[in-house]
Write a protein that binds this ligand. Structure first.
Ligand code: ATP
Length: 234
C-alpha cells in the first residue's frame, strides 16, 4: 500500500532523513521506533505531504505522491494524527470530530461515522459537548484519533499516541488501535514506547539518525539483543 524508497529530507542544513526505505502493506500495523530526533515524525510528514523530500520516492498504491497536496492525500485515505494531539481546545468534542470530516460537511454519513468513533471511544460520547481543552491528556488523544477516523483513513499515520498518558489509558488506546486495524485500516505507528508498539504491530523499523538501523517482524525483532538493550530496558 505504502512504499518509501531511499527518501532524503533536509531542513536547511539539517539532514533529517538519510535514505529511508520502508513499506506498509494493506491492512497491517507497522511501527517506527527510535530515539528523540531520529527522524520518526519527519518520516510521517513526508508521507502525508507536509514536507517534500529532496530525493527518493514515496508511493501510495504504486503511484508517486510527489507534488500532491495534503488535501489530495487525505481524499485518498492518508490521515496524519500528529504528535501532541493538536485538538482545537475551544471547540467541543463534537466540533473537533466534525472537523475531521470537513470534506463531507452536511452528509448524513458523518453522523454515522461519529457513532462508529463513539463505539471505539465511549468516553467521547459522554463528553460530546465538553470543550476539548477540559479533557484529560488521554481523552484528548482519543479525540485526536477519533478526529482522524472521521477522515475515513485507509492508512493512519499515528505519531506518539502514548506520549504523556497514564499507563492504563495507554493500554486502552492500544487495544482500540488493534480494533481499528481489524476493521481494515493500515497503521504506521510512531512510538517511543517500544514495548507497546512491538506488541501490536506486525513489523517494526528502528530509526537511528535518519537511517533505518534495524527492521524485522515484530515478534522476531523484539528478541534481538541490540533492541532489548537500547529500547526494551535490557
Ligand atoms: P521526537 O521523538 O523527539 O519527536 P523524531 O524521531 O520524531 O523525534 P524528528 O522530529 O523527525 O525526529 O526530527 C529529526 C531531526 O530533524 C532532528 O534533528 C530535528 O531537530 C530536525 N528537525 C525536525 N523538524 C525541523 C524543522 N522544522 N526545522 C529544522 N530541523 C528540524
Amino acid at each position: 500500500m505504502l512504499k518509501l524508497d531511499d527518501v532524503c529530507l533536509y531542513y536547511g542544513r539539517v539532514h533529517a532523513l538519510r535514505g529511508i526505505s520502508l513499506e506498509v502493506p494493506e491492512g497491517r500495523i507497522v511501527s517506527l521506533l527510535g530515539a528523540n530526533g531520529a527522524g520518526k515524525s519527519s518520516t510521517l510528514k513526508v508521507i502525508s505531504g507536509l514536507c517534500a523530500p529532496q530525493s527518493g520516492d514515496v508511493r501510495l498504491n504504486g503511484e508517486s505522491v510527489q507534488g500532491r497536496s495534503c488535501g489530495d492525500l487525505v481524499k485518498n485515505g492518508v490521515i496524519h494524527c500528529p504528535e501532541g494531539r493538536r485538538v482545537f481546545p475551544q471547540f467541543t468534542v463534537e466540533e473537533n470530530l466534525r472537523v475531521g470530516a470537513y470534506r463531507r460537511i452536511g452528509n448524513k454519513d458523518v453522523d454515522e461515522d461519529m457513532e462508529t468513533v463513539f463505539g471505539y471511544f465511549p468516553r467521547l460520547k459522554e463528553r460530546m459537548q465538553q470543550k476539548a481543552a477540559t479533557l484529560s491528556g488521554g481523552e484528548q488523544q482519543m479525540l485526536a484519533i477519533g478526529r482522524s477516523l472521521m477522515g475515513r483513513p485507509r492508512l493512519l499515520l499515528l505519531d506518539e499516541p502514548s506520549l504523556g498518558i497514564a499507563p492504563k489509558l495507554v493500554m486502552e488506546i492500544f487495544e482500540i488501535l488493534k480494533r481499528i486495524n481489524k476493521a481494515g485500516t493500515a497503521i504506521l505507528l510512531v512510538e517511543q514506547n517500544a514495548h507497546m508498539a512491538i506488541r501490536i504491530s506486525d513489523y517494526s523499523y528502528v530509526l537511528e539518525n535518519g537511517r533505518i538501523g534495524l527492521e524485522g517482524d515484530s515478534a522476531e525483532i523484539s528478541q534481538r539483543p541490540e533492541l532489548k538493550e537500547l529500547y526494551l530496558g535490557g
